[in-house]
Design a protein around this ligand. Structure first.
Ligand SMILES: Cc1ncc(COP(=O)(O)O)c(C=O)c1O
Length: 395
């Protein structure tokens, strides 16, 4: 039976069974730097808090989310100089992915356009397609350090009369840029002039390097009612499996976002209770993770740059290296596939992040330095006699 005849047309139009996230079965000797899943387990006091909350009977409906959790979120975001009313400006989500879905669902009609930069995290593509909207890419351009940055001319050029929103990821996955005050001001100016929404994916705010600071675009003039801030516990608290996230927006815009009928509140109440505790007492754990990621970056980036044909800028934020392999003259998909085939190292091909990202691969630094040392050895070996490895892939 052809079940696709039942499918919503946007789903049918997407490749069947396509998903942006797939788990990879373990292979002996594999070093998986593919997905951005931090290799830290959440601390025991947070695990216990989930059970304690259940024992205390916090197992009932919490319509609109637990007020205590929302207050803790508002207090946390205050650290970026943003004052948020927890009841009208915080919406609980089960992770960043759902925050994306809800944000898009609130504003995108079939035929609308959303401007997404390239490179960009691939998890924006399917939700946009699901709502029948099309993505217009605004290519980022490299600065003198080789870091992809937002390009205001390209952003302007991508905006049309059908554009509803511009998406920014700050700090950026995959390319590691942390937006400057000037860049944010320029983007805000464009958003106000073109009268569009800015969706600011800020899930890597806790990982900002080199003395930089995270600056929230929502705080700029006239941005309050046209910005949706998407946040997640996944990277902040290594909480990828427990699913926690939230959206912050102005009260009027929040009413619109709230109109997307996701359900009662999609994060289990005991986890909301544990989330409150994490926001109050989890910062030593975050500091440990941050120090470890920094150690990995400080080791891996210079080591990558020693390898012939490869260059890699120091990320300004997040915990990825976006490596330029263009000199090797190999499509990134072939490179990633054959690197895994020959050396059992998983990385993400640049084209996963858009056509402008060809010539790059991304490593998520979710393994300790000892593993990264081994990855560098394998990468060096792999790139040395690359064309012989798979003559069909490397004409
Ligand atoms: C930029 C960005 N946004 C959103 C997400 C999705 O977050 P979550 O895992 O909480 O659904 C990710 C996950 O890797 C991401 O990198």
């Amino acid at each position: 039976m052809d079940v696709m005849k039942f499918a919503k047309k946007e789903i049918a139009a997407m490749q069947q069974g396509m998903t942006s996230r797939v788990s990879v079965a373990p292979t002996p000797g594999m070093i998986n730097l593919g997905a951005g899943d931090p290799d830290f387990n959440q601390p025991e006091f947070i695990n216990k808090a989930v059970y304690e909350a259940m024992k205390a009977g916090h197992t009932h409906y919490a319509f609109g989310g637990d007020p205590e959790f929302k207050a803790a979120i508002a207090e946390y975001y205050q650290k970026y100089g943003v004052t948020v009313d927890p009841s009208s400006q915080v919406l609980i989500e089960s992770g960043g992915s759902q925050a994306i879905f809800r944000a898009f669902g609130a504003i995108l009609d079939p035929g609308d356009e959303i401007v997404i930069q390239d490179p960009a995290y691939q998890g924006y593509n399917q939700p946009a397609a699901y709502f029948g909207a099309s993505i217009k890419h605004a290519n980022m351009t490299k600065d003198e350090n080789g870091t992809f940055r937002p390009d205001m001319d390209n952003i302007r050029a991508a905006i049309t009369g059908k554009t509803k929103a511009l998406l920014i990821c700050n700090p950026d996955n995959p390319c590691g840029a942390v937006y400057t005050q000037k860049e944010l001001e320029q983007i805000a100016e464009i958003a106000v002039e073109k009268d569009i929404v800015v969706i600011a994916d800020e899930i890597y705010t806790e990982y900002v390097w080199g003395g930089r600071e995270h600056l929230p675009i929502i705080n700029l003039p006239d941005m309050w009612e046209r910005t949706m801030v998407l946040m997640s516990f996944s990277k902040t608290f290594a909480w990828t499996g427990c699913r926690a996230g939230y959206i912050i927006a102005g009260p009027e815009l929040m009413k619109v976002i709230n109109g997307v009928p996701i359900g009662i509140c999609s994060m289990p109440v005991p986890f909301q209770k544990a989330g409150t505790l994490a926001l109050k007492e989890g910062w030593d754990f975050v500091a440990e993770m941050r120090a470890e990621f920094k150690k990995r970056i400080d080791y891996f980036v210079p080591r990558l740059n020693e390898i012939e044909g490869i260059t890699c800028p120091m990320p300004e934020g997040a915990f990825y290296t976006f490596v330029d392999i263009s000199e090797l003259n190999v499509p990134s998909v072939d490179f990633a596939r054959e690197f895994f085939h020959h050396e059992k190292v998983r990385c993400a091909p640049g084209t996963q992040y858009g056509p402008n990202s060809e010539g790059h691969i991304r490593f998520a630094l979710v393994k300790p330095v000892e593993d990264l040392e081994e990855v560098a050895v394998r990468l060096e070996r792999f790139t040395k006699d690359l064309p012989q490895k798979a003559p069909t892939a490397f004409p």
